[in-house]
Write a protein that binds this ligand. Structure first.
Ligand code: SF4
Length: 368
C-alpha cells in the first residue's frame, strides 16, 4: 500500500521530521490511493476536512499534529486514525500495522472509531529527540529542533499539552550533525535560553556549551533566541545576552510578553510579570539588541483597562526602538481556553494599533 504525506505550506516542520521515518513514501498535494497522512493546525482544519470529505480516492486517512492531537473526536469525524502528540514512534508503527493488514489496537498513542465509539490506545511516552532526525538533508528541511516540551502551562498554549511538561533537549552532538547542512543556523524550542535545563531556571553554562560548539564550526551564522523560536522574558539576563553578543549573528531577540496587564498574565498562568518584560527589554537595549516582543489581545474577561495597559507597554517598547508583533487570541483545542470566546478589542485600542501599523511600528494580525 502506497504511503503519501499531504504537503502544505504550514506543515513543513512536521513533515521534515516524519517523512524520513517512513520508507518509500511520496509527498503529494492532493489525496492519492493508499495511506494518506496529514499534519495540520486549527487554522487549516476547515480546508483539510473539506478535502478529505470530498475525496474519491481509495485511502486510509491518518491525521496528526496540533489540531488532531487536541481535538481527537472532531478529527475522527473525517479521518480514520489520529496520531496523538508526537509522531516519531507512533506513525511508523501505525503505518507498518496497516500495511500488514492488521488492526492497530496495540499501537500506542492513537485513536480510531470502532462500532461508532472512539477507541484510545495506551498513551505513548515522550520520545528521545536524539533517536530521531530533525530532517532529511536530501528532503524537506526545517530549523533544528533543540528542545521539546515546556514546564509552564500558559492557558492559551498547546505546547505542554502536546509535548508534556518536561523539557527535553537534543544533545549537542546531534545538533551539530544537522547544523552541518546549513550555513545559517536557526532553531526551534519553546524557550531557546532554556536549552539544557528544566525550563524554569536558565542554565547558561549549557547554552554556552552548545553555542561555542556551533561557533567553532566553519562558516556558520548562528541565530539564537530569534524566529522561529523565542525566549521567556525572565530568562533575558545579562549572562544570556552576553552569549548572544559573543557567539551569535542576530542583533534581535524574540520575547513572548503576551499582555501588559498583570491581572491577565496571572489569570493565564504565564508565570512572569509585565515588569519582567520591561526589564528584559531594557537589558536588550543595553546590549544593543533589538527586542521583538509578542503580545496577544482577546484573553477571556480582558477589559479595556487591561488592553490599555498592553497598549501602553507596546508604545513604550516602540518608542525605545523595539519591535512588536500583535495577535488576536485563537482558542486552541486541548487548552483551557479551548471553549472561550475571545474578548473583543476596544475600538480605541484597535484604532491606535492600526495607526501604529500604518506607521510601520508594529505588525501582526489582531483582527478576528
Ligand atoms: S507559551 Fe511558551 S512558556 Fe507558555 S506554555 Fe507555551 S511554550 Fe511554554
Amino acid at each position: 500500500m502506497d504511503v503519501c504525506f499531504r504537503w502544505m505550506q504550514k506543515n513543513t516542520y512536521s513533515l521534515a521530521s516524519l517523512v524520513p521515518l517512513i520508507p518509500d513514501n511520496s509527498i503529494v498535494k492532493t489525496p492519492h490511493d493508499g495511506i494518506m497522512i496529514y499534519s495540520f493546525a486549527t487554522r487549516q482544519k476547515e480546508s483539510v476536512f473539506s478535502e478529505v470529505d470530498s475525496s474519491t480516492t481509495d485511502s486510509i486517512y491518518i491525521a496528526g499534529g496540533p489540531h488532531p492531537s487536541g481535538s481527537v473526536e472532531d478529527t475522527l469525524e473525517h479521518f480514520d486514525y489520529v496520531v496523538i502528540g508526537e509522531g516519531e514512534e507512533t506513525l511508523p508503527e501505525l503505518v507498518r500495522t496497516l500495511q500488514g493488514g492488521n488492526i492497530p489496537s496495540d499501537v500506542k498513542g492513537i485513536a480510531y472509531r470502532k462500532d461508532g465509539n472512539v477507541v484510545y490506545t495506551e498513551k505513548r511516552e515522550p520520545s528521545d529527540l536524539d533517536k530521531y532526525p530533525c530532517f532529511d538533508p536530501e528532503g524537506i528541511r526545517a530549523p533544528i529542533e533543540i528542545s521539546r516540551g515546556c514546564p509552564w502551562r500558559c492557558k492559551y498554549c498547546q505546547t505542554p499539552r502536546l509535548f508534556g511538561n518536561r523539557m527535553r533537549h537534543r544533545s549537542i552532538d546531534s545538533i551539530e550533525r544537522f547544523a552541518k547542512h546549513y550555513s545559517d543556523l536557526r532553531f526551534t524550542s519553546s524557550n531557546a535560553f532554556a536549552y539544557g535545563g528544566n525550563g524554569v531556571h536558565p542554565e547558561f553554562d549549557k547554552v554556552e556549551k552548545l553555542l561555542s560548539r556551533l561557533h567553532s564550526m566553519e562558516d556558520k551564522k548562528i541565530y539564537f533566541g530569534t524566529f522561529p523560536s523565542e525566549v521567556r522574558p525572565e530568562f533575558v539576563t545579562h549572562e544570556g545576552l552576553d552569549l548572544v553578543d559573543k557567539y551569535c549573528t542576530n542583533r534581535s531577540l524574540s520575547l513572548g510578553a503576551q499582555s501588559g496587564s498583570d491581572r491577565i498574565l496571572k489569570e493565564m498562568l504565564r508565570g512572569h510579570t509585565s515588569e519582567d518584560v520591561s526589564v528584559a527589554v531594557e537589558r536588550c537595549f543595553e546590549h544593543e539588541i533589538t527586542p521583538v516582543v509578542d503580545f496577544i489581545f482577546g484573553f477571556p474577561d480582558e477589559t479595556e483597562e487591561d488592553q490599555q495597559r498592553t497598549l501602553e507597554q507596546i508604545k513604550w517598547i516602540c518608542r525605545k526602538g523595539g519591535k512588536v508583533r500583535a495577535h488576536y487570541l485563537t482558542p486552541l483545542p486541548s487548552t483551557p481556553y479551548e471553549n472561550i470566546v475571545p474578548a473583543p478589542i476596544s475600538a480605541s485600542v484597535h484604532k491606535v494599533l492600526g495607526r501604529m501599523a500604518r506607521d510601520g511600528k508594529l505588525n501582526g494580525n489582531w483582527d478576528k
